[in-house]
Structures are given as C-alpha cells and as structure tokens.
Design a protein around this ligand. Structure first.
Ligand SMILES: CC(C)(COP(=O)(O)OP(=O)(O)OC[C@H]1O[C@@H](n2cnc3c(N)ncnc32)[C@H](O)[C@@H]1OP(=O)(O)O)[C@@H](O)C(=O)NCCC(=O)NCCS
Length: 245
C-alpha cells in the first residue's frame, strides 16, 4: 500500500510541476497540503454516483443547494434532467471513486441590448458533509470559472441563502457582487475574458484529473483482483482441509 501511495504522490508532484509550467496555478490555487485537487468532468455513466451523492445530503444541505426542501423524488428528477451536452458538471472523487463533491455550471443565452447576445452561466455546488472545509467548494468554483472564461460567458450567477456563509465567502473571494434580498442573496461575477493561457491551463487541468482518475481506477481494480485471488486461495485451502478429514 505504501508503494502505491508513494507512486501516486510522486506522480501528483510531477503533474503539479507540469501544470505550474503550463500556467495552471494562476487559476487553481493548491490547498493547504500543496496538493492540486483533481476535478473531473462527470459523464452520463456517473449518473448513479451523482444521485448517490445528492441523496446523501441532509435536509438542510438540500435546502441550501436547491433553494427549496428537495425530497428524494425532486433529486432523482434533477439528476434525470442533467444536460451533459450543454452544461459542465464536475466532480471530486475519493480513492474508492465515490463522489465527494460536485458542481453544476449551466449556460443560458441572454439578450443584451438590441442585437448582441450574451452567455450567462449559473453555478451550483455541494460537498459531502465529511469533506467540508478542505477547499473543495472553492476549487470547484475556480474550475467552473476557468471554463466560463474559455467559453466566453459574460457572468456567473450564484443563488445562495443569506445564511450560507461558506458559499458567499467563495463568491466574495472571487470578486462577485453580492445583492441581498432578505433570506436570499444573489452573487454575480463578471467573467474576465479567456486567453490562450487559460485554454492551455484548462487542457492540462483536465489531463491531470483524467490521469488521477485512471490511477485510482487501476488501484481499485488491482485491490479487487487481489481480494478475488485471496478468496480463491481460501476456498482451495478449505476444500483441501475438508478432503483430508
Ligand atoms: C457551500 C459548500 C459547497 C462549501 O464547501 P466547502 O468545500 O466546505 O467550502 P471551502 O472549504 O471551499 O470553504 C470556502 C470558504 O468558506 C469558509 N467556511 C467553511 N465553512 C464555513 C462555515 N461554516 N462558516 C463560515 N465560513 C466557512 C472557509 O474557511 C473558506 O474560506 P477561506 O477561503 O477564507 O478559508 C458546502 O458547505 C455545501 O456543500 N453546502 C451545502 C450545499 C450548498 O450550500 N451549496 C451552495 C449553494 S449552490
């Protein structure tokens, strides 16, 4: 296990150096352990994991996330409605490839003035209660912002309850303007234009996340294989023991 951990760690350090070379830290700040958080694109095959993550949120978190008291049926219907073509859906996985945190960036075309049209994005996020305070919410927002810049979105909007201190902190830190309307607050961030550098940074960021996911997948499959071998060995041993009696 130590060997696998060391391999993963040294790969992470090397990848970080490569990402720094590509300019990624401009948009993605490492956490307090100096580890770049791998943020993956979620795909339709992740739907069962997305549903499991959202159903694991308690009533208060569901209210904070969706703005209403979402029951299991509401969540299932939200998951069924996810549009992977139009929107960006991101996830952070643990070693067992369970979703610890996810974010949803939706895009809408808005009329601006008489002729031009603007693209406006909206951001929603949830972090599993066991993984809060590690910067995942912040990193997911920064990842979404990176994409919004490259997709030429004009603004990102976040609907949050005024009591939602961590969410408002993330928005404020990114430079959003906060407008409080009683129990609700709207945070609006003007998105700076993307550049060649932010596009390259996004490519490297995705590659890093994909590599990290593949390593976790291989490690998981390897442990599964070892468990199977162990079970077969135990079965054979028990069989020998029985025939010897
Ligand atoms: C909001 C939420 C996504 C934040 O996720 P998180 O990963 O715990 O947040 P982070 O660790 O990135 O912390 C962000 C900031 O909030 C601060 N913070 C964290 N918890 C806090 C709390 N309970 N009170 C005040 N500030 C808090 C952090 O210190 C950090 O500030 P800093 O950068 O100055 O240190 C998470 O609490 C959550 O999933 N809530 C339920 C769903 C929800 O509210 N979604 C948002 C509406 S779309």
């Amino acid at each position: 296990m130590k060997l696998v951990q060391t391999l993963i760690q040294s790969l992470a350090v090397k990848s970080r150096k490569l990402l720094r070379f590509a300019g990624v830290p401009i948009d993605l700040v490492p956490n307090e352990h100096d580890v770049l958080v791998p943020i993956c694109h979620l795909r339709p095959y992740n739907l069962p994991d997305i549903q499991k993550h959202l159903l694991s949120l308690n009533a208060k978190d569901r209210y904070l996330r969706f703005g209403y008291a979402a029951n299991d049926e509401h969540i299932k219907s939200y998951v069924r409605s996810l549009n992977f073509e139009r929107d960006e859906i991101y996830g952070i996985f643990n070693r067992d490839l369970q979703i610890l945190a996810m974010a949803h960036l939706t895009f809408n075309i808005q009329a601006s003035g008489t002729t031009t049209q603007q693209m406006a994005a909206e951001f929603g996020v949830s972090v599993h209660s066991s993984s809060r305070g590690r910067g995942y919410g912040y990193h997911l927002f920064q990842r979404a912002l990176m994409h919004a810049r490259n997709a030429n979105a004009a603004t990102i909007l976040i609907h949050a309850l005024s009591e939602n201190a961590p969410m408002l902190k993330i928005a404020r830190k990114a430079g959003a303007t906060l407008e409080r309307d009683g129990a609700e607050t709207q945070a609006l961030l003007k998105v700076p234009r993307g550049s060649l550098r932010t596009r390259i940074a996004e490519l490297f960021t995705d590659q890093y996340a994909q590599t990290n996911y593949s390593i976790k997948e291989d490690v998981k499959n390897f442990w599964y294989f070892l468990t199977q071998v162990q079970e077969i060995r135990e079965g054979v041993r028990a069989g020998r023991h029985q025939s010897a009696e």
